[in-house]
Design a protein around this ligand. Structure first.
Ligand code: ZN
Length: 299
């Protein structure tokens, strides 16, 4: 189960199976309109978050506040999975948020916009030019309202220059910047200090109870790497067991909290003596860079 079932609808196996296909035309599509959407007004009802598995390991997320039936979607990598999820919950799409410009996070946007004209597409300002449909560039620290849900944008460059996390209440959507047990590759900001700061100076400093919703199901592989670099880390072993158990049930690995990430995620543990000893340096930036380089080669 996810950390807080009150705030989350767990995607059921049948639902995930229905959403696991990338087939483009046979899926039922949601009835989408924007007639009742006021995306500038923040609502106050209970926050709901629905993870939507798209393809093999991509996660999009629907976010809305009850009793509203208008949702925002984070990182719609494909159209069929998202439109089926909207239809399943009888939701109307009111806004799109992109954590970064990679196609496996924005691929579904053009077709969603054909169903829902004139809804805003939010993305980090430095990534906007690579997302043709993006209409609302956001800056670090900016507070936005998407489909009635107020979120704070957190600039987290490293994976891409414009990578942006979105925070609402105790949930943060991190795209390919922070995963359960790991972090994204340094594709555009190759200086490890930049990603280190995004992770350790920004995301890791959010309240420890903050729940992590990332862009991919990578927990099992990440936990194996965490155990490779810290073989005695009991928290990393626990993550590996949770990921394996969820996989056996064809369910997403339960969301983790930032407190848990600080215990099992080596990229948030660069000041730990065991990791400094492993890499023979006291410099946390160097530890981070060496960890990332080792993870790039890890299979
Ligand atoms: Zn990416």
């Amino acid at each position: 189960m996810f950390a807080d079932a009150r705030h989350l609808i767990v995607a059921l196996c049948g639902f995930l199976a229905a959403c696991g296909s990338n087939a483009s035309s046979q899926q039922p599509s949601a009835t989408l309109s924007t007639s009742n959407v006021d995306s500038n007004s923040a609502a106050t009802g209970e926050l709901r978050i629905l993870p939507v598995l798209c393809g093999r390991d991509n996660y999009a997320y629907l976010i809305w506040r009850e009793p509203s039936r208008t949702a925002a979607v984070v990182d719609p990598s494909a159209y069929p999975c998202v439109s089926a999820a909207l239809a399943g919950e009888k939701l109307t799409l009111g806004a799109i948020l992109a954590t970064h410009h990679h196609s496996d996070h924005v691929g579904g946007i053009p077709q969603l916009l054909r169903d829902s004209q004139d809804i805003p597409v939010f993305a980090g300002a430095a990534d906007v030019e690579k997302i043709p449909e993006a209409s609302r560039p956001v800056e670090d620290g900016e507070v936005i309202v998407a489909a009635g849900v107020e979120l704070k944008a957190i600039g987290v460059p490293g994976h891409t220059r414009g990578s942006t996390a979105f925070l609402v209440e105790d949930a943060v959507f991190t795209g390919d910047t922070l995963f359960a047990g790991g972090c994204g590759r340094l594709f555009e900001s190759r200086d490890p200090r930049i990603m280190h700061d995004s992770l350790n100076e920004k995301l890791a400093k959010l309240p420890p109870e903050t729940r992590l919703f990332s862009g991919h199901e990578y927990a099992a592989n990440n936990a194996r790497f965490a155990l490779e670099v810290e073989p005695d880390n009991a928290a990393a072993r626990a993550l590996a067991e949770r990921a394996a158990a969820a996989s056996a049930r064809s369910e997403p690995t339960p969301s983790t909290t930032l407190a848990e990430e600080r215990m099992h995620n080596p990229f948030l543990r660069v000041t730990e003596p065991a990791l400094k000893r492993r890499y023979g340096t006291e410099d946390p930036i160097e530890v981070f860079g060496r960890l990332r380089a080792d993870k790039d080669k890890f299979r």
